[in-house]
Design a protein around this ligand. Structure first.
Ligand SMILES: [Zn+2]
Length: 371
């Protein structure tokens, strides 16, 4: 696959990682992080010298699984391996990462490693400030891993990684202002603006799921009430379906049957499956979630004015059953409707490997914003 022509939008000065000794241009590099450092290079020089042609490993650290893949410069995953996430122990997670890189690096030369994880990273991409699933609190993960792996490492937020992958190789190709939304148990968000991941002044932009859409509404784990992710996520879909079933509503018959007769067993996945099979109650539930999705996207359009929204995550298995109603609600709630172009709303193209692919590619070419 040819590289995306919009790569030309990458700013003139970007950063790369140099391994100690000599950097990609043959000059000696200084040592600031155990023999590694970031440095600025002109885009043209980077394109001709950095290992864009090389293979990189992308690692997606989830709450239950650490998935790793060798990714080529066209975004193709050529080999994969995974381990269970080892609980809350930061050192054990590092060890799993080392094992995976060693396993995948046996048969091929790996230029760099990108790590994607839920949480907040500092703008430099070196320290995990906070990760909800793991024990990382102000963890200097990049330095630790570069020391262990003896390779350049980039640490990034998983939503940023997925957005980057969709921009480079997926549904967001060619878009100068892209907003990506990941619908899973909650809502993840990220932006790629003018060819770089936009992370805000402090590195924590993209928490779209916690915009308040219903003041005083459902309690959210963030501490507030009425957050968008309480209405437009897979968890919200499951909660609404269970509530319907617990009321002994006859319209929930198909859902209850699919869940073995127990309302507590109904999840967002159950609803999506039944909706695809034609169950009208499940379709209504998805339509409702789609409505909330479109309303939140209209809020984001008012603030950010993107050209394209890419919607990914597990809930997107529902496809147009979800995105169709979202488009309708988006158009209905868009500020200045009738007098402005309407952003496209597209389904993500890369599936669950987007985070892995994006982390690997970002480790090759850092297009991250910096304050
Ligand atoms: Zn919240």
């Amino acid at each position: 696959m040819p590289l995306n022509s919009s790569n030309d939008q990458i700013p003139a000065r970007v950063r790369k990682i140099s391994w100690s000794g000599s950097n990609a241009t043959g000059r000696r590099a200084g040592s600031t992080h155990g023999g590694l450092r970031w440095e600025s290079v002109p885009w043209a020089a980077r394109r001709s010298h950095l290992g864009r042609r090389g293979l990189a490993i992308g690692i997606d650290i989830g709450g239950t699984k650490v998935a790793a893949g060798v990714v080529d410069p066209s975004g193709r995953v050529v080999e994969e391996a995974w381990r269970s996430t080892p609980g809350n122990d930061a050192r054990a997670v590092e060890q799993v990462i080392v094992e995976l890189v060693q396993e995948l690096g046996r048969s091929q030369r790996i230029a760099s490693v990108g790590i994607g994880a839920a949480g907040w990273m500092d703008l430099d991409g070196g320290t995990v400030l906070f990760s909800p699933h793991l024990a990382w609190r102000n963890e200097p993960l990049r330095e630790n891993l570069q020391h262990l792996l003896r390779r350049p490492v980039l640490v990034t937020n998983d939503a940023d990684a997925a957005a980057w992958a969709e921009w480079r190789f997926g549904a967001g190709q060619g878009e100068s202002r892209l907003v990506c939304i990941t619908l899973g148990t909650g809502i993840g968000g990220a932006m790629v603006m003018d060819g770089r991941v936009e992370r805000g002044r402090f590195g924590v932009a993209g928490e779209f799921g916690h915009q308040i859409v219903v003041p005083g509404g459902h309690r959210c784990e963030c501490g507030n009430r009425g957050c968008w992710e309480q209405y437009a996520s897979g968890n919200a879909l499951g909660r609404e379906a269970r509530e319907l079933a617990l009321r002994n509503s006859p319209v929930a018959f198909e859902l209850l049957k699919a869940a073995g007769g127990s309302a507590g067993n109904i999840s967002g996945v159950t609803v999506t499956e039944r909706a695809k099979a034609g169950d009208s109650a499940s379709r209504e539930l998805l339509e409702e979630v789609g409505h909330w999705l479109g309303l939140g996207l209209a809020n984001l359009a008012a603030a950010l004015d993107p050209g394209t929204f890419v919607i990914g995550g597990g809930l997107c298995d529902a496809g147009e059953l979800l995105v169709g109603p979202a488009r309708t609600a988006f158009a209905r709630n868009l500020t200045g409707r009738g007098f402005r172009p309407v952003a496209a709303i597209k389904l993500a193209a890369l599936g669950p490997r987007a985070g892995m692919i994006g982390a690997a590619d970002l480790s090759r070419v850092s297009g991250r914003a910096r304050g």
